[in-house]
Ligand binder design. Structure first.
Ligand SMILES: [Zn+2]
Length: 485
């Protein structure tokens, strides 16, 4: 991005809630069902059908609001947003206008939420993107276009939808990426949505403008649609910011418009020009009473899980892991859960974290598996780490046992027994090996005694080799040093 300009970005994110039934009727919510099999007079928008509110959707939205430190309104209200469109059969969508469920709050951007290649150059550490509001509405039906005809699937019509609106706080494509990643993580933690963008469970519209540095007046705001992935949002913004700067810096002017992102071509394209602000003629839905949130809020508070930030801090404090390791473990719910099962009641949390983040992660990725299907029981991983810590086996032997555990899921105690893998920690026996090595390597001995400390590692390696990998390497090093000094 040209350093003479600043970009101003705000997001509007729609999130499908993980409820069993729709927002205002009892039809099931199911992704991928045969079109128009989950419908009734309410979600088909037939005249005279009466909506009945889904309490679970209200509770989940409050839960999301609490996770993001929003203020939960004492009373919220549903309004009719009027518009005419094939996928809105009743010519209005039920939404919330002036009394949304959640106000304020924010999305914290931690380092790992940024794209991997941008984590070393974060411009604003620990930034929080402020939220304007979160409101609840119903999703519309889905239009699809075939070669000669178009169709509408009403299965989606009436699905509970949370709209999360951020302030225009975002400065770069990387921050937008981090904002969506962190939001998704908070939603997964709260269990309110699976937030899978590719399944349309989380959809994002982006507002972006640019202005020359040092000026106050906001540039023309342009809206981007059709963003299906978080990395797509980053790419679309990178393109669009450069496009806008190119036009403005060449003396041109921009118009308020909505543009579509084409990920294959890697460019935004004009969809429509905004000639005037929409007037949706909002008015309170006469079929739905305003909702007092006191009781729902109490229930939500009683089941409120910890936030990702709280979990990271707990891992550092309770298990003694580094802040980076805590962040990686807390980044993935399954990974964190595995770690906790292995490390709770173990004094070896830090070593367990090392095994998970190094050996286990790389074994899983090499095998194309995820932690959820890992064959090693968490308690067995702790047992393996304990064998090393207690000096029963050495690090090299532990890798061998680990490989066997990973492919068979067997108890490390049994594997150690069967393979006869016991670390030799008898000073007499190792001392004899040291003597043999010293006698056989006069040059290295002379090097070491002349001050080349690295020669000791070579000699230690020879002792390990002679013991067929069974010697306690620390003890071998100590005995060699004793003998040579
Ligand atoms: Zn229905």
């Amino acid at each position: 991005m040209s350093s003479d300009y600043i970009a101003i970005v705000g997001l509007e994110i729609h999130v499908q809630l993980k409820t069993h039934s729709k927002m205002f009727c009892a039809c099931p919510v199911e992704f991928g069902a045969t079109p128009n099999t989950h419908t009734c007079p309410v979600c088909l928008g037939l005249p005279g059908a009466l909506p009945v509110m889904n309490e679970e959707a209200l509770r989940l939205t409050i839960l999301a609001g609490l996770m993001l430190h929003c203020k939960i309104a004492d009373i919220c209200k549903f309004d009719r947003k009027s518009y005419y469109y094939p996928d809105v059969a009743k010519n209005y969508q039920i939404s919330q206008y002036d009394m949304p469920l959640c106000l304020g709050g924010g999305i914290p951007l931690h380092d790992l939420a940024y794209p991997k290649d941008a984590q070393k150059t974060i411009a604003n550490k620990d930034k929080v993107v402020r939220l304007t509001r979160i409101h609840l509405e119903e999703d519309v039906a889905k239009s699809f276009h075939l070669e000669n005809t178009s169709g509408i699937d009403f299965n989606r019509s009436g699905t509970p939808l949370m709209e999360i609106v951020t302030e225009a706080d975002i400065d770069s494509p990387e921050e937008a990426f981090a904002c969506l990643t962190s939001l998704k993580q908070h939603l997964l933690y709260a269990g309110v949505s699976d937030a899978d963008m590719e399944k349309g469970q989380m959809r994002c519209d982006v507002n972006v403008s640019v202005r020359p540095k040092g000026t106050e007046k906001f540039g023309t705001k342009i809206e981007l649609k059709n963003l299906n992935t978080i990395s797509g949002v980053r790419r679309a913004l990178a393109y669009e910011i450069e496009r806008q700067i190119g036009i403005v810096s060449a003396g041109g002017s921009l118009q308020q418009e909505t543009r579509r992102w084409d990920d294959d071509l890697g460019e935004t394209q004009l969809m429509r020009v905004k000639e005037s602000a929409h007037d949706y003629r909002y008015f309170p839905d006469p079929d739905l009473m305003p909702v007092k949130t006191t009781e729902l809020l109490a229930v939500a508070k009683s089941v409120l899980p910890e936030t990702p930030a709280q979990k990271r801090t707990r891992y550092e404090n309770d298990f003694g892991v580094s802040s980076y390791d805590a962040a990686v473990l807390a980044d993935n719910l399954d990974l964190g859960s595995y770690f906790e099962r292995a490390a709770t009641n173990s004094p070896r949390g830090k070593q367990i974290a090392n095994w998970i983040l190094n050996d286990l992660q790389s074994a899983l990725s090499a095998a194309g598996q995820s932690i959820a299907t890992c064959a090693i029981l968490p308690s067995y991983l702790d047992a393996l780490v304990a064998f090393v810590a207690d000096g029963k086996i050495n690090g090299k032997q532990a890798k061998e046992v680990f490989a066997e555990m990973f492919s068979t899921g067997r108890d490390p105690a049994v594997i150690v027994e069967e393979k006869g893998l016991k670390q030799e920690s008898d000073a007499g026996a190792i001392g004899e090996l040291c003597d043999q090595v010293i006698a056989a390597n006069p040059q290295s001995v002379a090097d070491y005694q002349a001050g080349k400390t690295a020669a000791l590692n070579f000699l230690k390696g020879q002792v390990m080799k002679l013991s067929k990998g069974k010697a306690n390497p620390t003890l071998a090093g100590e005995l060699l040093a004793q003998k040579l000094n």
